[in-house]
Design a protein around this ligand. Structure first.
Ligand code: AMP
Length: 271
């Protein structure tokens, strides 16, 4: 991949990288679209990264659909797809991990020990393999995007990290490859996340500023949903992910499926 990318850049072309784990959907396509609009060449990586999944998480059953991915990518005007194998990414004996502290510690970092180390390691390797001018991440995984920004700055990757808005279903549910796990009742219950964010946004725009009150608005909506179990619901600073702030962040189990979502309460909730 690096040879092609270097050849393009030597010709004065710019390269945008969109890292994904496949099972592509309209959220991924929006990142590709943004990359296309800002770069001459677009590379999409597809790699289900084993080291960002904890023991007992869904690595083995994570949705994989190469035929559907290929179909979506054909229509998306992508110049190259980088699809390394697990062995190529982590040859036997490789033990180096990239650890970001601070922003990677609370919330997702606390709930999923080792997760951001896995993310930071694979993103470092992808940036090294492609040497893009810009790399595209979704606001859907807000803390991940913040961790990647920190990483890119601290390790001098010389890449611009771009964060694109969350793409949602008509009823507000944020698109996610993991939505495929939901049965029809769970799919209905899953709207509670975006609905809670919408209610907290309304409370904020009506003047509520107390993090505790805003948290109560989030939790009241989520707890009204019998299939939902709240893992965390906080209102934090969008850079540090510590309170106080305006970014509402949620991790909620709907049945066995763990969903995350977030919204900056100072901004209009879409839809
Ligand atoms: P994933 O394949 O789930 O690892 O996601 C790859 C990239 O797509 C990440 O940067 C995600 O934040 C982003 N992404 C996932 N879902 C959405 C969405 N609904 N809207 C925008 N970006 C998304």
């Amino acid at each position: 991949m690096l040879a092609a990318s270097r050849r393009w850049r030597a010709q004065g072309l710019t390269v945008g990288l969109v890292p994904t784990m496949g099972a592509l959907h309209a959220g991924h396509l929006s990142l590709i679209e943004a990359a296309r609009s800002e770069n001459s060449m677009v590379v999409v990586s597809i790699f289900v990264n084993p080291i960002q999944f904890g023991p007992g998480e869904d690595f083995a059953r994570y949705p994989r659909d190469p035929a559907h991915d290929a179909e979506l990518l054909r229509g998306a005007g992508v110049d190259a797809v980088y699809r390394p194998s697990v062995d190529a990414m982590y040859p036997p004996g490789s033990t180096t991990r990239v650890h970001v502290s601070g922003v990677a510690d609370p919330l997702e970092g606390a709930a999923r020990p080792g997760h951001f180390e896995g993310v930071a390691t694979v993103v470092s390797k992808l940036l090294t393999a492609v040497e893009p001018d810009r790399a595209y991440f979704g606001q859907k995984d807000a803390q991940q995007a913040a961790v990647v920004k920190r990483l890119a700055r601290d390790l001098d990757f010389g890449v611009e990290i771009r964060v694109c808005p969350t793409v949602r279903e008509a009823d507000g549910l944020a698109l996610s490859s993991r939505n495929a796990y939901l049965n029809p009742e769970e799919r209905t219950a899953a709207v509670s996340l975006s609905s809670a964010l919408r209610l907290a946004t309304a409370a904020y725009s009506a003047g509520e500023r107390s993090p505790e009150q805003l948290r109560k608005v989030l939790c009241a909506r989520l707890e009204a949903e019998p299939l939902a179990r709240v893992e965390y619901a906080q209102v934090v600073d969008p850079e540090t992910f510590e309170p106080p702030g305006t970014l509402a962040v949620l991790a909620v189990r709907i049945g066995k499926t763990r969903l995350i979502d977030n919204h900056d309460l100072s901004k209009v909730f879409p839809g």
